[in-house]
Design a protein around this ligand. Sequence first.
Ligand code: HXC
Length: 260
Amino acid sequence: ESTGYETILVDRPRPGVARITLNRPKALNALNLQVMGEVTAAAAELDRDPSVGAIVLTGSAKAFAAGADIKEMQPKSFSDVYAADWFAGWDALTRVRTPLIAAVAGYALGGGCELAMMCDVLLAADTAKFGQPEITLGVIPGMGGSQRLTRAVGKAKAMDLCLTGRTMGADEAERAGLVSRIVPAADLVDEALGVAEKIAGMSTPAAVMVTEAVDRAFETTLTEGVLFERRLFHSTFATADQKEGMAAFVEKRPPIFRDV
Ligand code: HXC
C-alpha cells in the first residue's frame, strides 16, 4: 500500500489481514485532520484490494485515541467548522465495505470512542476506557457519538456518559453491549488479528453482505430490514462460495472459499 503516512502505520500481519495502527504517541493518538486523511485513505485503499478480507484498526497500549485534537480545534470559529463541515470526512470510514475490527486498549475518548464505534467489530483490552468527555470542553460529540453510543448502550447510559463526561471501563462497556469481547491487554492485538484472519477466511461476498445486513438494522424498519436480509440471503445462492460451503459440510471437509 502507499507509504508516506506520518500518523499511522499500515501492515499485513496475517494472510488476508491488514492492520492500521494510529501512531501519534506524543498526543495519545489525538485525531487531527492529518490522521483523518490518512486513516480514511489507507482504509479506502485496503478496501479496494481484493486480497484484504478484514482490517484491524488499533492504537497503542496507552491510547486507542484520546479524542479529536483539542489543540487543532481550539482556535476555530463557528464559521470555520461549519464551512469545513468539520469531522464529515470521517464518514468515509463507514463506506468501507471490508469488515473493520477495532482493537481498543487504553483511552478511547471523544472522537476515539466514536472512531471505534464506526468499526464493525469492537474488541477491548481490559485496560480500555471509553467516554464522551466533550461536554467538559464546552462542546458535544461531533463524530456520531450521541447516535452510535445511544444505539449501542441505550439512552440511560448514553445520557449518563455524554452529560457527565465520565469514562467507562471495559467491564461496564461489555455489560452495556458496546464491545463484543474483553481480552487481557497483552493478548489484544493477537486476538484481534485472529478474529480478522477468521473473517478473512470466510466468503468475502457473504462477509460483506452480512455486514451490510446488520448495518441495515440501524437504518430501517424491522419489516424492511428482514426483507433486505432475505434478498441478500437469496443472492448468496448465486455465488460459488455457497456451493462450496454447503458441499464441504456434506462432504465433512473444511470449505475453501474463493470469494466468488
Ligand atoms: C490534543 C491531546 C489530546 C487531545 C491528549 N493530548 N489528548 N492533545 N487533543 N484530545 C495530549 C496532551 O495535551 C499531552 O500533550 C499528551 O497528549 C499526553 O497527554 P496527558 O494529558 O499528559 O496524559 P495523561 O495525564 O496520561 O492523561 C490522559 C487523558 C488526557 C486523561 C486521556 O490526555 C485527556 O483528558 N485528554 C483529553 C480527552 C478528551 O477530552 N477527549 C475528547 C476530545 S473532544 P503535551 O504536549 O501537553 O505533552 C473530541 C470530540 C470533539 O474528541 C467533538 C466536537 C468538538
